[in-house]
Design a protein. Structure first.
Length: 340
């Protein structure tokens, strides 16, 4: 026979008070309760193993204390580092965080959003799969406060709060670093995707070349999917007899595959090819020579996203300016100066 879970009535009976008083103790509302009575209620609850029914509380308009974060790539440390910061801020505010992964599937994201809405979460931070707005609208319809993370939305979308970083600057700064080292034949390796972020990085690459008076060579722009095998394929296609440097526009598995592909071709960096990587993978410190990287502001983004969402949970109509954080150059040994 299944054991019955303790109720608020059981706590009231054990502590010798009313259910209303017990409710006031656990709601943490601004209502005076004698310290000894509050302690008696809490002690009774602990002995019984009582846990407040957040669903019932939410039906009365009270927050459940649950936030959700929806990300597209759980094994990508860029997103997990952001999540760690979000969780830290949320916990200090008394919230727990549910982290969900979509694997960049709009269909999977739809299932997740619908389930979270049915569970009456208090708010959501979402990095939309493939930058689509379909599931954002579901949050909007159900009045769930939300913040869009990292991937901007295009087309017909609701007005939204946004936290991200400057992807154009990433591409520009990576390319400018190589130009300043004397390189003129620079390739760009990236991800075939409808997401604006990667287009912005490519635009930054092109802008830096144009600023230096160098024509963009489309044959040196290599795009594939985000897998390790794709990185190996692009390394195999790289015209190493013509280019002296490259911008690796994504640090995920693709970058790892590219470096392995270069090893297979016996191409060494920076002697044969200079590299600037956009992102800071967890294996960055394990490779030698160290990689020159463009660091993205994961901690700042996580703190800002959590802060904005908590304000929106408290005041649903709250709006804040867009947060677009700059990137940071990280010196490494993967870029060599060209003679002359």
């Amino acid at each position: 026979m299944t054991k019955k879970a303790p109720t608020i009535k059981d706590v009231a009976r054990k502590s010798g008070t009313s259910t209303a008083t017990v409710s006031y103790v656990f709601s943490e509302k601004d209502r005076y309760i004698r310290p000894e009575l509050r302690e008696r209620v809490l002690q009774a609850a602990e002995e019984l193993g009582y846990v407040k029914n957040a669903v019932a509380s939410s039906l009365k308009g009270n927050p459940r204390g649950i936030l959700a974060v929806i990300i597209p790539q759980f094994s990508n440390n860029f997103f997990t580092d952001i999540c760690a910061e979000i969780e830290s801020v949320a916990q200090k505010a008394g919230f727990v965080v549910i982290i969900c992964n979509t694997d960049d599937s709009v269909e999977q994201e739809e299932k997740i959003v619908k389930r979270l809405v049915s569970q009456k979460i208090d708010g959501c931070i979402i990095c939309p799969a493939l930058s689509t707005s379909k599931n954002i609208k579901t949050l909007d319809i159900h009045n769930i406060p939300y913040v869009v993370l990292e991937r901007d939305l295009e087309g017909e979308t609701p007005d939204f709060d946004f936290v991200g970083h400057d992807n154009f600057q990433s591409g520009y700064l990576a390319t400018k670093t190589l130009l300043d080292a004397g390189h003129r034949n620079i390739a760009f390796l990236g991800w075939t995707t409808p997401i604006a972020n990667l287009r912005d990085r490519l635009s930054g690459y092109k802008a830096a070349l144009n600023e230096a008076g160098i024509a963009v060579n489309d044959d040196w722009i290599l795009l594939d999917n985000l897998s390790e095998d794709a990185g190996k394929r692009m390394a195999a296609r790289l015209p190493a007899d013509k280019v002296t440097a490259m911008v690796l526009a994504h640090h995920y598995y693709m970058a790892k595959g590219t470096l392995l592909g270069l090893q297979k071709r016996a191409l060494r960096y920076p002697d044969d090819l200079s590299i600037v990587l956009i992102g800071t993978p967890e294996w960055r410190d394990l490779v030698q020579p160290s990689l020159t990287c463009i660091k993205r502001p994961e901690k700042e983004m996580g703190r800002a996203a959590a802060s904005v969402l908590l304000k929106k949970v408290k005041k649903p109509l709250y709006k804040e300016k867009r947060h677009v954080f700059p990137v940071e150059f990280m010196t490494g040994l993967s870029v060599r100066d060209m003679p002359g």
